[in-house]
Ligand binder design. Structure first.
Ligand code: ZN
Length: 292
């Protein structure tokens, strides 16, 4: 079986109410990335945040973080697109990561593309109402075609994200069209908590994704659970040859002693050892995914 890729999803837009260990500033993010790498992570995914945790969209902020991470660690870097608005034109949404890629010291290893659109309004089951009613994460086919070509041309690896079966089908169509090369790295975003756009973070939710994957394509799949504890599925994912993406960006783990990101990575690495699966280094990932 392939070595297990562990990705640390260290912050997203998480606050510190439930767990104070969410890294925000550039130095906190770089330090967290270094510690996650030491614990077994091969990839780190981050969103730039300011000192108070607000989203930071500037190119300079991303450049600063990437340089700091590279100075301390060989971990593979996967930033968010950092776009200010999902309604912006495709060229504008991806400009930050493309601009960073023009400089060898700030090029990311992966650039993400979510293969469809989804309603991202939070649902509160207690009050039986949505907290917003018009939050659309919009990724048109034209936008995705632009992203696919631009990411290839910039020398980064496509980090392909599926929230539900239709997203996966779109990814497979892009493979048929020659827009996404094999091996494909495909993240399944399960969603528990107050987001309903993904499959639930259950074995059945994951199996519905896996049953769709064709045998004649080389797809390395990974799983995260936004709003839920992916550790409940870790053994299944490790046994079935998948990869695991987790961190405080997705779930604060406040019921299990307020771990930091490195502790969560270490826990998955320890489960892999128990189950007899080796953990991938960044070089292993480059080889497995045929990255430049
Ligand atoms: Zn993210």
């Amino acid at each position: 079986m392939q070595k297990l890729i562990i990705e640390a999803r260290i912050n997203e837009y998480a606050n510190r109410k439930a767990n104070p260990h969410v890294p925000w500033s550039a130095s906190e993010i770089a330090e967290d990335a270094r510690r996650c790498r030491e614990a077994g992570a091969a990839i780190v995914h981050f969103h730039a945040r300011d000192e108070r945790g607000q989203p930071e969209h500037s190119r300079a902020a991303y450049a600063d973080i990437i340089r700091r991470i590279r100075a301390d660690s060989d971990v593979l870097i996967h930033p968010t697109l950092g776009a200010a608005s999902h309604d912006a034109p495709a060229e504008q949404r991806i400009e930050t990561v493309l601009s960073l890629a023009r400089d060898d010291t700030t090029r990311a290893d992966f650039a993400p593309m979510d293969m469809g659109s989804a309603n991202l309004d939070f649902y509160d089951p207690k009050s039986r109402r949505f907290l917003s009613t018009d939050t659309i994460y919009k990724n048109s086919t034209a936008t995705l075609q632009h992203f696919a070509g631009a990411i290839s041309a910039a020398g980064m690896k496509h980090y392909v994200v599926s929230w539900s079966l239709g997203f996966t089908r779109q990814a497979l169509a892009f493979m048929d069209m020659g827009l996404l090369p094999e091996p494909l790295f495909l993240l399944f975003v399960l969603t528990d908590g107050n987001l309903l756009a993904g499959h639930p973070g259950t074995a059945a939710g994951l199996d519905a994704h896996l049953q769709m994957l064709p045998d004649d394509r080389h797809i390395e799949w990974a799983v995260c659970n936004h709003g839920g504890d992916i550790r409940g599925l870790a053994d299944k994912i490790i046994d079935e040859g998948g990869h695991i993406a987790l961190g405080l960006g997705d779930y604060p783990c406040s019921e299990s002693g307020l771990p930091d990101n490195a502790a969560l990575v270490a826990e998955v690495a320890a489960r892999a050892a128990v189950l007899g699966r080796d953990v991938a280094s960044p070089d292993d990932v480059r080889q497995l995914l045929a990255m430049a």
